[in-house]
Ligand binder design. Structure first.
Ligand code: PRX
Length: 646
């Protein structure tokens, strides 16, 4: 779609909440005023929605760049997500409607999930896991993944979930950096009609000594054949059968570490983002309630994120479960066995709130509306998106075709680091503008600034900063506080630098413009150009490489690599070299890092000081006219690359 039409769509269309949604909601616009009048008082009020063992007396202790929220209070995160709902008489409420990819189903109530987590807490303790110890969770979308996270939280252990698509060396890197002593995994999960083995990846990751893992707890799911290390490996179902059913939960300080989640930065080494307990839980549950107008008694909520990413943590496990939500969890991919699958699931469970990624929406669009029309989607009342900017065309398609032309579409901006939604409308309050993520949620303060830190209010755009600390903010980078300071705080002092470009329009509403650093966003997943470049140069045939994120109609961005081969590899036919290198990166990092294209080139465009000109490579990859190339050290390089691309 041309920029011109995009512009017309966004400038002319506004969508107010449907009358019924606005009048029956517990959320109202007064939240903004309350938060603006007394920001800390407002967050204290939200935190008091949680169940505390010892109430806090201090809301915020801010020693930039370190914040402590509610720090003298104590609570147990798992009790907040489970036991308190059972105690309130909701033990029979469904927590999870789970569907396996082959079509098998499980329904798990809050009472049952509480019992599972208590037993699992006892299993973890019997395996020597204590408060503060780290546990790696390498599991696909199984109810046991939810139980594993909550069982860690229950005993004060710190989980680090690793996305099931990551390679052995990536898994090992995270296990080592976190110092994990236990890994929880499965024999295999179902994906695209096959069993996708996971345990062999764990075995491979742990093959070389030097790690601190003493046990591997294995959930039986795929029933695929696996190797077994006696004394180390433990079947989940056997350990659970032997475990005591009762478990008394201990309260932990509000700032007790809850989880570490690794995310890509601008260097080759992923960052272990550390989140703590009460502030994180307060903001995830608050935003989940008010952004989506949640009614826990009647709503059926489905977030399609994977548990291995932050959206799975904040908007499948912690936020929704703290709110006592009934949700759908689905194991496989959307197109298996047919593209009708997601819509059949919505109809089957009467899903009312659906939260997914723009890349999925664009895929649905490409497949065509006949698939959505195969099912009755009239139960849907609120839709959401996260992970990357959503173009107005996809926004309107989502609302019209999935949402029957009536549902609000909540475009939620946030990051692994922010822990919870920061910019979004509120479903029952906000008049929405497709393509804009709207405004900071109540209690959050955000600005768009230029390089010197001055606010930019005209439409030109600048850098997104968060101007005051927020409850669910990251507390540090695990094991590297210096990198935490440098990455997020060095640029603007006590304002958090998000790494995103943004602009404010004439109504003060925010439009996200993508990353301003060397981080790519592929299908809503963050990938570092540096990480893929170092993987490429680790291949024996590669002399040098440069990776860029090129615009892609479905995935937002796609990985495009430019590679100079060593003399010794130059005899390979180009197609073969490209195929080998794509495969190399996929097995070194994981399939998500696989390049869309690898171009074998004779040289890379560099400035006179030797810096690779990525902007130029991006233009080349996207087939655009090259802008100013006068800073290039050698003009002939571009011509040589262009002749390769043709
Ligand atoms: O560039 C922004 C983009 O995703 C980045 C955060 O990625 P990650 O930590 O993996 O978390 C994704 C899920 C929260 C941001 O820096 N991003 C996320 N949501 C949006 C977005 N860009 C535009 N609009 C959004 N709604």
């Amino acid at each position: 779609m041309s920029d011109h039409i995009d512009h017309l769509l966004t400038e002319t269309r506004r969508f107010a909440p449907p009358e019924a949604l606005a009048s029956e909601s517990a959320t109202d616009a007064a939240l903004y005023e309350r938060a603006a009048d007394d920001r800390l008082g407002f967050w204290a009020e939200q935190a008091r929605e949680l169940q505390w063992e010892t109430p806090f007396t201090e809301v915020l202790d801010w020693q930039p760049p370190h914040a402590r929220w509610f720090h003298d209070g104590t609570l147990n995160v798992a009790v907040n997500c489970l036991d308190r709902h059972v105690d309130a008489g909701h033990g029979d409420r469904v927590a999870l409607h789970w569907e396996g990819e082959p079509g098998d189903r499980r329904t798990i109530t809050y009472g049952e999930m509480t019992a599972e987590v208590k037993r699992l807490a006892n299993v973890l303790t019997s395996l020597g896991v204590r408060a503060g110890d780290r546990v790696a969770i390498y599991l696909p979308m199984l109810p046991e993944a939810v139980a594993a996270m909550l069982a860690c939280a229950r005993i004060g252990a710190v989980h680090t979930a690793v996305f099931g698509g990551f390679s052995p060396s990536n898994l090992r890197g995270r296990i080592d950096d976190a110092g994990a002593k236990l890994v929880i995994t499965t024999d295999g999960g179902h994906r695209k009609g096959k069993v996708f083995p996971l345990k062999p990846t764990v075995d491979e990751a742990l093959r070389e000594p030097g790690h601190g893992v003493t046990n591997v707890l294995v959930v039986r799911r795929g029933e695929n054949e696996i190797d077994w290390v006696d004394g180390r490996d433990v079947w989940y179902h056997e350990a659970m059968a032997d475990a005591e059913p009762e478990h008394e939960a201990e309260a932990f300080p509000a700032e007790h570490p809850l989880f570490i989640l690794y995310t890509s930065g601008t260097t080759g080494r992923p960052k272990g983002i550390l989140h703590t307990s009460a502030g994180y839980l307060a903001q995830t549950s608050f935003t989940h309630r008010h952004v989506f107008d949640l009614k826990p008694e009647t709503d059926v909520y489905w977030c399609t994120a994977d548990i291995g990413w932050v959206t799975g943590h904040s908007y499948i496990v912690y936020g929704p479960m703290a709110n006592g939500t009934t949700q759908v969890m689905h194991e496989g991919t959307f197109d298996t066995p047919t593209p009708e699958r997601p819509w059949q699931i919505i109809e089957r469970y009467g899903v009312t709130i659906f939260y997914t990624a723009p890349t999925a929406i664009r895929t649905f669009m490409k497949l065509g509306r006949q698939h959505t029309h195969s099912s009755d989607l009239s139960s849907l009342r609120v839709l959401g998106t996260v992970g990357e900017p959503i173009n107005p065309e996809a926004w309107i398609w989502y609302r019209d075709v999935v949402g029957g032309g009536t549902t609000p579409v909540m475009d939620t901006w946030w990051q692994t680091e922010t822990g919870a939604i920061m910019i979004s409308g509120l479903a029952s309050v906000t008049t929405l503008k497709p393509g804009s993520a709207q405004v900071p949620i109540p209690g959050i303060e955000i600005d768009v600034v230029d390089d010197s830190g001055a606010s930019v209010d005209d439409g030109d755009g600048g850098l997104l900063v968060v101007t005051s600390p927020w409850p669910s903010m990251l507390r540090t980078i695990w094991g590297d506080d210096e990198r935490y300071r440098e990455t997020y705080w060095e640029k603007f002092g006590d304002r958090y630098f998000a790494g995103d470009g943004a602009r404010k329009d004439e109504d003060g509403e925010i439009w996200l413009l993508g990353r301003v650093d060397d981080v790519m966003n592929v299908s809503g997943h963050r990938l570092s150009t540096a990480e893929i470049e170092s993987s490429l140069v680790a291949h024996e045939g590669v002399a040098e490489s440069a990776v860029v994120g090129a615009t892609d109609a479905t995935t937002g961005q796609a990985v495009v690599a430019f590679v100079i081969l060593k003399e010794s590899a130059a005899h390979h036919p180009v197609e073969e070299a490209e195929r080998i290198l794509r495969q190399h990166v996929a097995s070194d990092i994981g399939a998500i890092a696989r390049s869309r294209q690898v171009f074998i080139v004779p040289d890379l465009p560099k400035t006179r000081s030797g810096k690779i000109m990525r902007r130029l490579l991006r233009d080349l990859a996207e087939g655009r006219d090259l802008g100013d190339t006068t800073t290039l050290a050698d003009q002939s390089v571009v011509e040589a690359i262009q002749s390769q691309l043709r």
